[in-house]
Design a protein around this ligand. Structure first.
Ligand code: BGC
Length: 530
């Protein structure tokens, strides 16, 4: 499709890297933040808290945002478990929501910044895997605690949320900061050391320079929120709104929240809750491994298409079966045969599997890897807020939509799925294997976003700064460092000023470590067009 073909023809920059045990361990620990999201969502509080978390993530780093999330969730879970009245339950839930908002603001960003580009998808999807583990555990625990005689089972269920909270709270203390975040906060030497450690090589200069250039730009931007509205960030802003919105409009949480009712309707009786927890929960979790295994090989777009089409077929299947049996009256026109319930179950399972290897993990992975550093935290906050908002809308609206639209509701979901799949086909470039700080080139190469100044020109500047370094690193370094120190001692304000780029005409920070000369930059831009 248009977007993907053009984007994938762009040259891929391969930084030297090895997959180190250290980076795998760090990504697994960070992903455990998904457990609290899977176990319990406090939707409205999460929606608000992600905006505060955005500042914490930017100023203090990803690690402390995760830590705050885990700790707040832990306090909320303890209050809920010990609740004596409704007020305590409400306060506990608000804290749970705040915790979730903080955690998912930073957790998806962490592996995307830590992982080598070629394995970023696999390591990032650990987050979605943990969400599915959290959901499965919560459903099983709910089933068994509901059977506890004496009416205190709910305390166990709510209180056990402390376990995933302790895992992420303590885990985050062990986590190192990402090199990107360290550079963003001015710890350059620590960032270099970290980059060497996570890449398993001393040859980190090219990647380091790219992150530094991204960070310089980030520092020049004082108001990331208002900057988001700039034309050059239009692709990222669009994706940060539409991807989470579309993810929720798959209707996945209809299955996640209402599966027990659905299973009861199709004849599972008193075992409905257990069966729905075990069947949909396990399929959701196991299918996520397919995404982990394939995302860096076949790419994001292929999974979006395959999963999307599978989900469309299943939604149409469910709608048609409901239509035949229940019509518009809403009552079954006869007993449900075994073949009927088997087919229904098949469609529900295939739908869940399709989501679990496509829109589920990619709904978090793709946003986390497409934002440039200067707007990354702000855009991630939008992703979380939109995700929560639409989770709320679907969860609240489903029953009343079903009453009004009957079986046609499933056709509506599949209609939205078609629109979404077309949107991906035309507007989402392929991002597999691309270094995260180089992503702007992907937008610039895209048939739609590359035009009319939609994509940032900064990538070309960054990229050619690194290429220029390769050609004459030492000479350029010494002259710019003395110039930089002279200018910073004379005036810090002037080092943050913006200058017009000689080729693109865009303004860029005057303090980019390597100043481009026009001929050099033109050559680089032309080479990218080939
Ligand atoms: C979604 C959740 C959903 C879960 C199901 C996540 O990616 O954001 O809303 O409940 O997947 O596994």
């Amino acid at each position: 499709m248009a977007g993907g073909v053009v984007a994938s023809s762009a040259p891929v920059k391969n930084y030297p890297r090895k997959l180190t045990v250290f980076v795998v361990f760090a990504c697994i620990v960070a992903s455990s933040g998904g457990l609290i999201f899977g176990y319990d969502i406090g939707i409205s509080a999460a929606l608000i808290s992600c905006f505060f978390a955005s500042t914490v993530t930017r100023v203090l780093g990803r690690k402390w945002s995760m830590f705050s999330g885990g700790l707040t969730f832990l306090v909320g879970a303890s209050i809920n478990g010990a609740a004596k009245d409704i007020a305590m339950l409400i306060i506990g839930r608000i804290l749970l929501g705040f915790g979730v908002g903080f955690a998912i603001q930073s957790v998806p960003l962490y592996p995307s910044e830590m992982a080598p580009a070629k394995l970023r998808g696999m390591l990032n999807i650990g987050f979605q895997l943990m969400i599915t583990v959290g959901i499965l555990c919560a459903n099983l625990i709910n089933y068994f605690t509901a059977k506890i005689k004496g009416g205190w089972g709910w305390r166990v269920s709510l209180g056990l949320a402390c376990i995933p909270a302790i895992i992420i709270t303590l885990g985050s203390l062990l986590l190192p900061d990402t090199p990107n975040s360290l550079i963003e906060r001015g710890h350059t030497e620590r960032a270099k050391a970290m980059l060497r450690k996570v890449r398993g090589t001393n040859d980190i200069d090219a990647e380091y320079e790219d992150i530094v250039a991204a960070s310089e730009e980030s520092k020049a931007i004082k108001h990331p929120w208002s900057n988001l509205l700039k034309r050059k960030y239009r692709p990222q802003l669009t994706m940060s709104i539409l991807i989470p919105c579309f993810q929720q409009l798959t209707g996945i949480n209809v299955v996640m929240f209402y599966a027990p009712v659905l299973f009861k309707t199709i004849g599972f009786g008193s075992q409905a809750s257990l069966m729905s927890a075990v069947i949909t929960g396990s399929i959701n979790m196991v299918s996520t491994f397919i995404s982990i295994a394939t995302v860096d090989k076949v790419g994001r777009r292929a999974l979006f298409f395959q999963g999307g089409i599978q989900m469309i077929i299943c939604q149409v299947g469910v709608g048609t079966m409901f239509g035949f049996k229940f019509g518009t009256a809403g009552k079954a026109n006869g007993p449900l045969s075994k073949a009927y319930t088997d087919w229904l179950l098949f469609f529900i399972c295939a739908y869940t599997a399709g989501f679990a290897w496509s829109w589920g993990p990619l709904g978090w992975l793709v946003p986390s890897e497409i934002f440039p550093l200067e707007i990354r935290s702000a855009c991630q906050a939008i992703v979380v807020a939109v995700n929560m908002l639409f989770t709320f809308i679907v969860a609240e609206g489903f029953l009343s939509w079903l009453c009004h639209l009957k079986f046609a509701l499933f056709y509506c979901f599949s209609g939205i799925l078609i629109v979404r799949t077309l949107f991906i086909a035309f507007f989402l470039p392929e991002t597999k294997n691309r270094p995260i700080e180089e992503m702007s080139i992907v937008w610039k190469k895209h048939w739609f976003w590359g035009r009319r100044g939609y994509a940032a020109a900064a990538a070309a500047v960054r990229r050619s700064s690194v290429e220029q370094k390769a050609a004459g690193r030492k000479a350029v370094d010494s002259s710019t460092s003395s110039a930089a120190s002279a200018s910073s001692s004379s005036s810090s304000a002037s080092s943050n000023s913006w200058v017009p780029d000689p080729v693109t005409g865009y303004y860029r920070p005057g303090n980019l470590r390597v100043q481009m000369d026009a001929a050099e930059l033109r050559k680089t831009l032309l080479s990218h067009k080939q």
